[in-house]
Design a protein around this ligand. Sequence first.
Ligand SMILES: C[S@@+](CC[C@H](N)C(=O)[O-])C[C@H]1O[C@@H](n2cnc3c(N)ncnc32)[C@H](O)[C@@H]1O
Length: 240
Amino acid sequence: MHFVNCYADANRADAYATLEFANTYYLAYRDLPAIFAEQVKGTRALDFGCGAGRSTRFLRKLGFEVTGVDVSEDMLRIARAMDPSGDYRLVPGDNFDQLEVAAFDLVLSAFTFDNTPGTMKTRIFCDLGKLLAPKGTIVSLVSSPEIYTHEWASFMTKDFPENATAGSGDVVRIVVTDHQDRRPVEDILWTDESYRAVYREANLQAIQVLRPLAKGDEPYSWVNETTIAPWVIYVLRRAM
Ligand SMILES: C[S@@+](CC[C@H](N)C(=O)[O-])C[C@H]1O[C@@H](n2cnc3c(N)ncnc32)[C@H](O)[C@@H]1O
């Protein structure tokens, strides 16, 4: 399958850079500080698919010493402009040779695997596992399959009824309504079962899986967020 990373696009990158932590994105990030406090020992972090740096700056504010990597130069250009003292690097072809092996206490991947074809996932998770310090943790935040078939405070999917019949590995479409670029984002649907198969092949085990729901008392106009989880958070360690 030929799949184009829609974030390798200057206009999309500019729009994406305006997103912060409101609406449906609030739920993506809400539980991360508690997960890190409980599961991560040490402060060295890799932000895999750092984009315009939102997730990297989030980690830096929590006290992590972070390297952000991405395959989109358009995204990295903005990340560096918004955070000149940050460490942001291009990793063409997901070649991690420039990164120190067995060094990172935390690898965060926020939404990156939504844009990664299934054929690449196992190889990338294997390589990320090699970068982990002995007791290091991967936190992989991804879209739930349900995000593509419902409406949300931050997203619209009703124009894409074909999403309902998509299977794991198929392209699905979603519009981000929190920013100016209303062109659909093309993602790859990947089910929980498929993620678990990838983790097994990459010699990783899921020690925690969270599906964050809104409580209802947040200052956002929730649509389905109180009853259906838009995100899945996998907390992973190397299997023994
Ligand atoms: C939806 S953005 C999320 C950015 C950031 N993590 C955040 O939370 O704002 C996904 C990012 O993953 C990057 N990406 C997609 N496939 C990738 C890959 N194979 N390796 C590294 N980055 C990738 C895209 O270029 C894009 O910047």
